[in-house]
Ligand binder design. Sequence first.
Ligand code: CTP
Length: 407
Amino acid sequence: MDESTDLQGKRLVLGLSGGIACYKSAELVRALVKAGASVQVVMTQAATQFITPVTMQALSNQPVVLDQWDARAPNNMAHINLTREADAVLVAPASADFIAKLVQGRADEILSLMCLARPIERCPLLLAPAMNREMWAHPATQRNIAQARADGATVLGPAAGDQACGEIGDGRMLEALALRDEVIAFFEPKRLAGKRVLITAGPTFEAIDPVRGITNLSSGKMGFAVARAAREAGAAVTLVAGPVHLPTPAGVRRIDVQSALQMHDAVLPLAPIHDVFVATAAVADWRPASLSDHKIKKDGAKQVPSFELTENPDILAAVARLPQRPYCVGFAAESHDLLKHAREKLIRKNVPLIVGNLGPATFGRDDNALLLVDAHGERQLATASKRALARELVREIAQRLSSPTAS
Ligand code: CTP
């Protein structure tokens, strides 16, 4: 599944209230449209001080609604019409003043009027707060945010960091692409709500000396995609990652490690408090038996150095042996005889599900093909993006968790 189809068919209303973060809303509308959504923009008068309706119209490809007396609607009821067909309203930026108005049920301009008039059961409201850190931290704003949540709104962000006023702290609106991803996640069915999922991803790096080591070609993309999909499905996700340069999926707790031993030591204490363990990491099977404190030098040496290797612990098998084990999913990266090796790992590691893939064909790529192997048989997931496959795998796991025979 390509990012560009994630919001296919979704009808969104994007509301802008007044704030400097309006400049991010231009990129946001573009990202939402690119992801397949149709976007109707509604702006308060204050928002038009920060960005022009011309820009927003051009990027959304739809005339912008600016006031409640807009005579273009045949029934002259823009505030009603706008939300009747919408799948969600996203207010980004949501200023402190706008949130206060929302909480009070005020309706003296088009955006708050429209929010009040929306069918609350059918048309969810998402708020992306944007304001100065003192305004955000003020008890009045915190009270209002809590009340907006209690009234059913979903609050996205805010982020922390540099602010337009020169101060640093909480209150920045999430970046456009992060907001787009939050909207995508919002629409995903919450199949793993209340579940805790632990994932390993990427290669490990087994040091030989301070500047060299043994590693492999795993990119971590599959594991990161599973982490994102599990979080989108409502799980609390912990991702233990080997050395990769991938951004952490939103809302995922990440623990960075280097070696197989570090990965093992990070995973084992966490495993019993998780419901699911997905081992996507390409853990190095061996590490140098001893680590040289200094860089091994070539000068003067007549002989090529040789290393003794020692076996790394099998993290997946160790988790599967725990008395309080989570539902364990292993990966098998093979170069040949995928089914045979995957089935053999299912038994050897004593796990209920192994996901086979051809390592050399998938390392570093954005797509993959998977073979799900369990005690009952196997199921092929045809070549697709790692994102789409990760979602399918999460669906499978959720189904197995809800089945009484899951172990
Ligand atoms: N695994 C693990 N710890 C290890 C080795 C593997 O947790 N030390 C996990 C992997 O994350 C994967 C599964 O076990 O989920 C299978 O890994 P793979 O490298 O395919 O298999 P190995 O057990 O290493 O066997 P072989 O190298 O002989 O194929």
